[in-house]
Design a protein around this ligand. Structure first.
Ligand code: F6R
Length: 242
């Protein structure tokens, strides 16, 4: 695992965009799985600027949605696909045929999860996972306890995730309780992982992730033994000099 500390969120976003752009330049048909949440938004904006400037070719990428609430109506404002689309896919000029969804309005979410894992396998696994760190150590919606072999599946959100997701939608009551998440097994097998962590509120969980025991109680701690993991944190999240 490689840990890089940046001075602040703006620097983290630039460094994250440099990392992703370099990977895409080396592997133009890479399979990416991309998080929503607040942390990666600066990276996505910086990548969008490069795509608009013509310095980032996204035309051959394959992009997988990381997670989704389950059981939403087609036009629900809380669609994480909508968020992925508005923050990443559309600004980077990625076409629908390049994308594998976790459909939040799927009539059979279990079947949708199985189809997703079949698509991941058909792509040969992920070249890059762009992830945020949950306040309870979740990756995607792999809530603790989460064993490393878990596949993509339907989950119930933990109380901590409901509380953190409340900030996105204007309160706890607005947070759906069920979700679909890309599995631990698929994420941990990614050839490269970029874990983005910003802010003082992530300090304790980042330390447990990087230095604590590897345990299902901190799903992200399994990244300690995954290959190709880069952690980009700002100084608020990792105040030590390293
Ligand atoms: C989002 C996701 C979550 C977030 C995590 C951190 O698709 O899967 O695991 O990455 O909750 O969220 P932020 O970045 O908002 O702190």
């Amino acid at each position: 695992m490689q840990l890089t500390i940046t001075e602040d969120y703006a620097a983290l976003s630039r460094a994250g965009a440099d990392y992703v752009a370099a990977l895409i330049a080396a592997s133009p048909a890479a399979a990416l799985v991309v998080a929503t949440g607040n942390t990666p938004m600066g990276v996505y904006s910086a990548l969008a600027a490069r795509a608009a400037a013509g310095t980032l070719d996204t035309s051959r990428l394959r992009v997988f949605q990381l997670d989704a609430y389950a059981g939403l109506a087609p036009d629900d404002r809380r669609s994480l696909f909508r968020w992925t689309n508005e923050s990443f896919l559309a600004p980077l000029g990625i076409r629908p045929d390049q994308v594998v969804l976790l459909p939040d309005d799927a009539p059979d979410p279990d079947a949708a999860c199985r189809a997703y894992d079949a698509a991941v396998a058909a792509a040969g696994g992920f070249d890059l996972a762009i992830l945020g760190l949950g306040p309870n150590g979740h990756l995607g919606f792999n809530e603790p306890p989460a064993d490393p072999g878990l596949p993509t599946r339907v989950v119930r959100l933990s109380e901590e995730s409901i509380a953190s997701n409340a900030a996105y939608w204007g309160g706890r009551d607005a947070v759906p309780r069920a979700a679909m998440t890309c599995g631990m097994a698929q994420l941990l097998a990614a050839r490269h992982t970029l874990l983005l962590v910003s802010g003082e509120h992530k300090r304790a969980i980042l330390r447990r992730t990087l230095e604590g025991p590897i345990t299902p109680d901190v799903p992200a701690s399994f990244l300690q033994r995954a290959a190709g993991v880069t952690v980009l944190a700002d100084r608020a999240a990792w105040p030590d000099t390293v």
